[in-house]
Design a protein around this ligand. Structure first.
Ligand code: 4NP
Length: 162
């Protein structure tokens, strides 16, 4: 069994593409690229087709993590069946994804849906703060790096790879 992971945020240019790139990098380092697929999408349509935000690209470049070819797209009802894990960067994204799910007939076979910060309960935070507004991409990177490690552990365990 393979695992497919989708990260979701609002614009799909700051937080979820950062999580996608970092997760893919960790999966590559674990030599699991043929078993675990990673993607990201947004609930808002302002930046469709755009590459990740400059702030996200800068952090990824600093850590020598590729963001080549990444482009913003919208989350769709097909994603519920196309992915096994849908990880929302904040509680508003979770609400919007749940609404899309409730509006969708069919597609009842769907992904495990949760927020990114559920992976880091010790932080006591509900949301990954949006750096589009506060510019704090470094803090988001720290959260993303730790959360992706936890997610990889969880996925490995679900796949009986431990
Ligand atoms: P993201 O950040 O959801 O982490 O990609 C945002 C990007 C763009 C906008 C809001 C948040 N926007 O309003 O355009």
């Amino acid at each position: 069994m393979n695992a497919r992971i989708l990260f979701v945020c609002l614009g799909n240019i700051c937080r979820s593409p950062m999580a996608e790139a970092v997760m893919r990098h960790q999966v590559e380092q674990a030599q699991l690229s043929d078993r675990i697929e990673v993607d990201s999408a947004g609930t808002g349509d302002w930046h469709l087709g755009h590459p990740p935000h400059e702030g996200t690209r800068k952090l990824l470049d600093q850590h020598q993590i590729s963001h080549q070819g990444m482009k913003a797209r919208l989350v769709t009802s097909n994603d519920f069946s196309a992915f096994d894990y849908i990880v929302c960067m904040d509680t508003n994204n979770l609400r919007d994804v749940r609404k899309l799910l409730s509006d969708t007939d069919g597609n009842r076979e769907h992904a495990r849906l949760f927020t990114f910060m559920e992976l880091l309960p010790d932080k006591g935070m509900a949301d990954v703060p949006d750096p589009y507004y506060d510019g704090n991409f470094s803090f988001v990177y720290e959260l993303v790096e730790s959360g992706c490690k936890e997610l990889l552990k969880r996925v490995r365990s679900d796949m009986n790879l431990n």
